[in-house]
Design a protein around this ligand. Structure first.
Ligand code: AHR
Length: 502
């Protein structure tokens, strides 16, 4: 059996974990909204048409913030279409995903739904087909108390109090040629700067996210961030990162090593932010919003067969495997490793569309494999991220060298005197014995060791077999004289929860 060593020390800190690192995303896409969170005819629908079965699964995930309404969708969206009496809302051709948008669900419904799941809203504006004027009107509608045209319109729609939406995204993936109203970095930097200015004039308390690259693989990556920040630095607070991975060539060791690339992406964007900070002699630091991340590839083939111009077709319905859950665990670990600069992140997406939660129209809702690592991190990963010293065996793949078999980090919740270790053993064959020196955590004992493991890396959860891949408990993990010993099976996700003995 292989061995890995780790040292955890209260003084080796990355930084405070911003709860919003466990955010998610709901787009007007496929069945994310219609048939996902909103289905008035469903037996579980509440008085607003929201599915209560879905609400309760979202609450299990403790999602702190949800990005809305897109995604690519937002770049052609007229927000005015989605407010006011439902029978007067227009049906539109939706060009990003080639569907028909009925607008039966819009901003106010989303704000109501977010309250029911205890989440904050991260609202995106359209900088594809629209610009400064629509942006200032929209924020006035949402956040101004009253006594003006747009704020009074909101009140006339039944929302006396402002929504006070704090986080706003300045468009979506504007670097991508697939985007409606795609722009060069210069064009986007200018419009984002002007939109940001007026939005903060309407409500100075908001925080703004500028669009970074759609992935580290974009040809404009790095130059895009530098140019956009050159224009917007003093007006925005975050820059976004998006990244999806797939295992198209069925090479699991290589797939599980993808977080090496995610780590590089984050480090590179931090460097660009700080380069522009230095160039501008600014005192301000721009943080990162990794507001789209996940595995996405299973549904690509099926999506090509969907006829255009239908309402809420089953688009991007990836059915996730056990190995996807392992990579999602590693992606969460990677975000935590950069908790000092990654302040927000959104698993894309939340329901039906590349999502941890799946539903059937009129029927059941269930948890996909990736639900579990996301839930574990969100529930137990609140506190300060520690910087563990790790010594692990490594492996090589066709794209990566020296990939640590043990991918791990830890979060300490000082208030509750709880310490949680998150760990993936990426080794295909061998278990790892983890020995962790707990240094200055005297009196901490194991509460539980949660694991996810399965003999079939392609195992999935489906409507008919929703509990095929679920977490279980491992016995035998213990702390003796400040040394934690745990067995981490080959290809496993592990959550080792410790707490100070009372
Ligand atoms: O999340 C699915 C899509 O992926 C989003 O609409 C877009 O922003 C990204 O390309």
């Amino acid at each position: 059996m292989k061995k890995a060593k780790m040292i955890l020390d209260k003084d080796f800190l990355v930084g405070k974990v911003d709860d919003r690192i466990y955010g998610s995303f709901i787009e007007h896409l496929g069945r994310a909204i219609y048939g996902g969170i909103y289905e008035p005819d469903h037996p579980e629908a509440d008085e607003s048409g929201f599915r209560k079965d879905v609400i309760s699964l979202v609450r299990e995930l403790k999602v702190p913030i949800v990005r809305y309404p897109g995604g690519n969708f937002v770049s052609g969206y007229n927000w005015e279409d989605g407010v006011g009496p439902k029978d007067q809302r227009p049906r539109r051709l939706e060009l990003a995903w080639r569907t028909i948008e009925t607008n039966q669900f819009g901003t106010n419904e989303f704000v109501d739904w977010a309250k029911k799941v205890d989440a904050e809203v991260m609202m995106a504006i359209n900088l594809g087909t629209r610009g400064v004027d629509a942006a200032r009107n929209f924020i006035e509608y949402c956040n101004h108390p009253g006594g003006t045209y747009w704020s009074d319109l909101r009140r006339s729609h039944g929302y006396e109090e402002p929504h006070n939406i704090k986080v706003w995204c300045l468009g979506n993936e504007m670097d991508g040629p697939w985007q409606i109203g795609h722009k060069t970095a210069e064009e986007y930097g200018r419009i984002a700067c002007e939109a940001a200015k007026v939005m903060k004039w309407v409500d100075p308390s908001i925080e703004l996210v500028a669009c970074g690259s759609s992935s580290i693989g974009m040809p404009t990556f790095a130059e895009w961030e530098a140019t956009v920040l050159d224009h917007t630095y003093e007006h925005v607070d975050y820059i976004s990162l998006h990244q999806y991975y797939g295992n198209r060539d069925n090479d699991t060791p290589n797939f599980l090593a993808r977080t090496m690339d995610m780590d590089l992406f984050i480090k590179s964007v931090i460097s660009i932010c700080d380069y522009i900070k230095a160039k501008k002699r600014s005192k301000k630091t721009i943080n990162l919003s990794f507001d789209e991340w996940n595995v996405w590839y299973h549904s690509n083939e099926a999506d090509r067969k969907i006829e255009p111009w239908s309402i809420a077709p089953p688009q991007l319905e990836d059915v996730y495997t056990f190995e996807d859950a392992l990579l999602v665990g590693s992606m969460l670990i990677t975000l935590l490793r950069h908790a000092d600069r990654v302040k927000m992140a959104c698993m894309a997406q939340l329901v039906n569309v590349i999502a941890p939660i799946m539903t059937e129209n009129g029927g059941a809702a269930w948890r996909q494999t990736i639900f579990y690592p996301y839930m574990h991190a969100s529930v137990y990963g609140r506190g300060v991220a520690l910087n563990p010293v790790v010594n692990s065996p490594v492996y090589d793949t066709k794209e990566y060298s020296d990939v640590p078999c043990l991918d791990s980090t830890a979060v300490w919740n000082e208030e509750n005197e709880e310490l949680t270790i998150f760990a993936v053993n990426r080794d295909m064959e061998d278990s790892l014995v983890l020995e962790c020196d707990l240094r200055n955590f005297p009196g901490y004992e194991v509460v539980e060791h949660i694991v996810m493991e399965h003999e079939d890396v392609k195992a999935r959860n489906t409507r008919d077999n929703p509990n095929n891949v679920v977490p279980s408990h491992r016995q035998g993990t213990e702390v003796v004289d400040g040394l934690l010993t745990a067995k981490l099976n080959n290809l496993s996700w592990n959550v080792i929860r410790l707490a100070k003995a009372k």
